[in-house]
Design a protein around this ligand. Structure first.
Ligand code: ASP
Ligand code: MG
Length: 422
């Protein structure tokens, strides 16, 4: 069996942790499996390197002025971790060899600091495996079609691992982290949240894109497209049970039959309401176009009547984009003869995710009642086939999560939830 394992920054955050990972790798290897191990930089190395570059250059975001050199700098973090882990595995008495992303021939496009993988050749990794070596690959990095060193964007080691698993047709892809798996909700916010045992790729993608920190959305997307089953589990538990943690899979078998699979939330959302807009598709599409050309990414869009044949247009954006959005909307308001602009900042976006809500009426009604009873006001809603997202005041984030989690009995294993409530 070929297993790709990935270890995050905290899992290799100290010499002791690196030795613990080496011991785990050695146990798996001694069971007879072939292993490719992807590592992140130790602890906060990447953040520290970014800070260092900022101090040297005086730029708050040095990646804007020095994208190429930032990639040279940041890839060093993963290179250090992979060399050290390889030494530790060799000390366990196993053959092991480390590779940079470039040596593993992870070929990317040319976008420094945000490159996308085009192809993985992986010849040297295959060669190492054929020679009975454990192959350790530095995560988060590749080499561009123009032979430049690139990085895949922050959190990109997950992507390296899943892409390698796809390219090498691995039997398993295991993402080791500092939590026990993917939770029904952030356990720091929702007491009683539990580990989800199985979740589909689309559900996980929605969770990751909505603020669940455990996995990078692009890694999940690659898993979905190439049918890679991904297991998320803790490296801090000395237990080799292959069924622990969360399995992200495309197979429907054994999927929990619940309405909601998980909740995720994100702070820092703004809602802007432009009142008295002329009705019709023309003005609205003009607003959307103007926001897009200002590079403002819009989350929710709603229209409501504002009387007198006029409408109010509501858009939500990241707090960080609110100023740009305000500028754009003010300009347009003048040109279109629209009225006031109202704003609300510091909102939280709560995503309720679950394929179980498809074709099931009343999910929104139930959630809404729970929020109402918890005294949480809803400032906006958007839905997809497998999610409902509501916008609430930032101060109500935890209340909202807890109310929904409880109302849908998400803390109970699926089998023990009553059939009516499922
Ligand atoms: N070390 C990189 C980061 O901190 C990549 C990763 O950890 O996935 O963003
Ligand atoms: Mg990570």
């Amino acid at each position: 069996m070929l297993i790709v394992q990935k270890y995050g920054g905290t899992s290799v955050g100290s010499p002791e942790r690196i030795r613990a990972v080496a011991a785990r790798v050695a146990r798996a290897r001694r069971r007879g499996d072939d292993l490719v191990v992807v590592v992140s930089a130790m602890g906060h190395t990447t953040d520290e390197l970014v800070t260092l570059a900022g101090r040297v250059t005086g730029h708050e975001r040095p990646q804007n002025a020095h994208a190429r050199e930032m990639d040279m700098l940041l890839t060093a973090g993963e290179r250090i971790a992979s060399a050290l882990l390889t030494m530790a595995i060799r000390e366990e008495g196993l053959e092991a060899r480390s590779f940079t992303g470039s040596q593993a021939a992870i070929i990317t496009d040319t976008r420094h600091t945000a490159a996308r993988i085009r192809e993985i050749r992986g010849d040297r990794v295959r060669q190492a495996l054929a020679e009975g070596c454990v192959a350790i690959v530095a995560g988060f990095q590749g080499v561009s079609v123009e032979k430049e060193i690139t990085t895949l964007g922050r959190g990109g080691s997950d992507t390296s691992a899943v892409a390698l698993a796809a390219a090498l047709k691995a039997d398993r892809c295991e993402i080791f982290t500092d939590v026990d798996g993917v939770f029904t909700a952030d356990p720091r916010r929702v007491p009683g949240a539990r580990v989800i045992r199985r979740i589909s790729h689309p559900e996980m993608l929605e969770m990751a894109a909505s603020g669940a920190q455990v996995m990078h959305p692009r890694a999940v997307d690659i898993g979905a497209r190439f049918g890679v089953d991904i297991r998320v589990l803790s490296s801090f538990i000395d237990n080799d049970d292959p069924e622990r943690g969360t399995l992200i899979t495309s197979s429907k078998a054994g999927m929990e039959e619940t309405v909601l699979t998980g909740l995720a939330s994100q702070k820092g959302q703004s809602k802007l309401v432009l009142r008295g807009m002329p009705a019709g598709m023309g003005p609205v599409s003009e607003v959307m176009r103007a926001l897009a050309s200002a590079d403002v990414s819009v989350d929710m869009v709603n229209e409501a009547s504002d009387g007198d044949g006029r409408i109010q247009l509501q858009v939500t954006v990241d707090d960080g984009d609110a100023e740009k959005a305000r500028g754009v909307l003010r300009d347009l308001a003048q040109r279109l003869g629209a009225g006031e602009l109202e704003e609300r900042h510091g909102l939280a976006r709560i995503a309720m995710v679950g394929t179980g809500m498809t074709d099931r009426p009343g999910v929104y009604a139930r959630a809404y009642r729970a929020l109402f009873e918890a005294g949480v006001e809803v400032h906006g809603v958007s839905t997809s086939a497998i999610s409902i997202t509501v916008l609430v005041d930032g101060a109500h984030e935890n209340d909202a999560l807890r109310a929904i989690h409880q109302c849908f009995h998400m803390g109970e294993e699926a089998e023990t939830q009553t059939v009516a409530e499922r």
